[in-house]
Design a protein. Structure first.
Ligand code: NCD
Length: 326
């Protein structure tokens, strides 16, 4: 198995690494269920959660994962506002300081978990960091740990991580999750992908050509109802209004938003296939891409999915910390 130091992109997560992480996550899940003693896998490690952009699940589940493993966390409420970035400091300088570039025994943290609004920020940080950097979302770039917990969820739901159909629905252009999920899944045999998006929100050219190169079966369309009966997983994302400048496209999306939502009709249509619905969350309360009338039905799995964030991130941190110590 390749050694993993920084985690920047989903393509670093090869099947052997994923297999190791999933097995470990299963073990951690059992320990958490049994409330069995305290774990010490991260004893002596300090993890810095450096979030320049809002987060609920990613940040809290990473922090909880560190505590569950006996490590400690240093953090800031909102790095964009409360770190020296507000005084004009570059990301590189901040990362150099935290990772102890000047004085190794003056290192503030042993692992950095970074979320940043700029695509490519995690890579930029990794280039100057003396400690592992985990990309917890960089602009509309990547979100590899989300892809890991999503794949873990699919495996739990379907009993396998191969030979299934998945439809990705919503803003596929600005979502950093979709690209990471599709790249991770493209390594497994027999996965067919449907991409369902409003006009102007289709998948990035880069992802399209990468899937074509790997001969992955995929189709692009504009209405969830056209593909839901053929899908084992429906993966819904919100429209990333924070990243969209074109108001006309947003307006057009709003007029057709039933085509990109899990409505009662869509839920009913997928009954026979038994489709499970996932969503990285947050669901946009204004657009309701998962309708409130279906969100508590048995095949809507987003709350369970978010719960897997803890054991999966525990396993990821354990792996990165073990590699770091070698
Ligand atoms: C996602 C993100 O931040 O990219 N959320 C998450 O990490 N669970 C999805 C989103 O913001 O829509």
């Amino acid at each position: 198995m390749e050694k993993i130091h920084h985690l920047i992109k989903a393509e670093q997560l090869t099947p052997p690494i994923i297999g190791w992480i999933f097995q470990k996550a299963e073990e951690f899940e059992k320990k958490l269920q049994q409330k069995a003693g305290s774990l010490e896998n991260l004893k002596g490690a300090t993890v810095c959660s450096l979030f320049y952009e809002e987060s609920t699940r990613t940040r809290f589940s990473f922090e909880r994962a560190v505590y569950n493993l006996g490590g400690t966390v240093i953090s800031t409420e909102n790095a964009a506002q409360f770190s020296a970035a507000n005084k004009g400091e570059s990301l590189e300088h901040t990362i150099k300081i935290i990772s102890g570039a000047g004085l190794p025994h003056g290192r503030y943290a042993d692992i950095i978990i970074l979320r940043h609004p700029e695509t490519g920020a995690a890579q930029k940080a990794a280039l100057v960091s003396k400690v592992p950097v985990i990309n917890a979302g960089d602009g509309s770039g990547e979100h590899p740990s989300q892809a890991l917990l999503d794949a873990y969820t699919f495996k739990k739901l379907l009993g396998r991580l191969e030979k299934f159909n998945i439809c990705f629905v919503g803003d596929l252009k600005f979502s950093r999750v979709i690209g990471s999920d599709a790249i991770l899944l493209s390594q497994y045999p027999g996965i067919k992908m449907f991409f369902v998006s409003p006009k102007g929100f289709g998948i990035k050219d880069e992802l399209r050509s990468s899937l074509q190169k790997k001969n992955i079966a995929f189709e692009e369309t504009d209405d969830i109802k056209k593909v839901i009966e053929k899908s084992d997983i429906g993966y819904i994302v919100r429209v990333q209004k924070n990243r969209v400048a074109d108001q006309a496209l947003l307006e057009e999306y709003r007029q057709n938003k039933d085509n990109f939502a899990v409505t009662e009709e869509v839920y009913r249509m997928s009954e026979k296939r038994g489709t499970f619905f996932c969503h990285p969350m947050p669901v946009d309360e204004r657009e309701k891409e998962i309708r409130p009338e279906v969100e508590n039905l048995p095949r809507i799995k987003m709350f369970e999915q978010a719960g897997y964030g803890i054991p999966v991130r525990m396993a990821l941190l354990d792996l990165i910390w073990q590699n770091q110590k070698i």
